[in-house]
Write a protein that binds this ligand. Structure first.
Ligand code: SAH
Length: 220
């Protein structure tokens, strides 16, 4: 696969900067997050036919009934994980296109990401390579179990919604670590943040969001 990293017209840096201004207006304040989103070309994370829409603030289909998350949501969740510190080890559940992974890779030391649909994971890996992201480890697996061999993690981000927060993910949270996750069974879910302090886990609910469901098993 050949990626047009530079982009022209609707995929150019200028178009991307307009999206960044919109995110700012909508309340995203973390400069490091905004910079990462300025640097990562979202248009290479969708099919060419949709590339001209990559800098609209909207979710887009990536095949297999999945979507690349809306830029505002990517920014918001990343801000929640990264505000006030730089997490070293990050786990993402649901690599999908790999866009959110690429943003996290710019803001942490090492990102571990899992995806249950093999063809999506393969494409995401090609994009990591094209962007020379050498601090990303990606594997095909059911992320409801986390990635226990690599834990504990300073930050865990789940980009698909379970009905309830998997206890395995809370267990893989390091002391001082944060988990950001959409929770709920219906069409809309609640975005939640969990913070671990020793044995204590503090939970807060932020806003209504819409995610695809967190499903079991892998698809080859
Ligand atoms: N972060 C992605 C969002 C993709 S949508 C992006 O920015 O493109 C959510 C993804 O989670 C889908 O690719 C879906 O296949 C994946 N997913 C759902 N349940 C999963 C599970 N149990 N383990 C791993 N990935 C899962």
């Amino acid at each position: 696969m050949n990626f047009d990293l530079q982009g022209i017209g609707m995929t150019s840096r200028r178009t991307r900067l307009r999206l960044i201004e919109r995110l700012r207006k909508n309340g995203i304040q973390n400069e490091a997050v905004l910079e990462a989103m300025t640097e990562v070309p979202r248009h290479i994370f969708v099919d060419e036919a949709l590339a001209h829409r990559a800098y609209e603030d909207t979710a887009l289909p990536i095949g297999h009934s999945q979507t690349i998350s809306q830029p505002y949501i990517v920014a918001r969740m990343t801000e929640l994980l990264c505000s006030g510190w730089k997490p070293k080890r990050v786990l993402e559940v649901g690599a999908g296109s790999g866009y959110q992974t690429a943003i996290l890779a710019r803001l942490s030391t090492q990102v571990y990401t899992v995806e249950r649909i093999a063809p999506l994971l393969e494409k995401a890996k090609l994009r990591f390579k094209a962007l020379k992201l050498n601090n990303v480890s990606a594997k095909l697996s059911d992320g409801r179990w986390g990635w226990p061999e690599q834990g504990p993690f300073d930050a865990i981000m789940v980009t698909a919604a379970p009905e309830q927060t998997p206890s395995e993910l809370l267990e893989q949270l390091a002391d001082g670590g944060r988990l950001v996750i959409p929770v709920g069974g219906g069409n809309e879910q609640m975005l939640k943040v969990y913070k671990r302090q020793g044995a204590e886990i503090e939970e807060s609910s932020l806003e209504q969001v819409r995610f695809v469901p967190l499903l079991g098993g892998v698809v080859r």
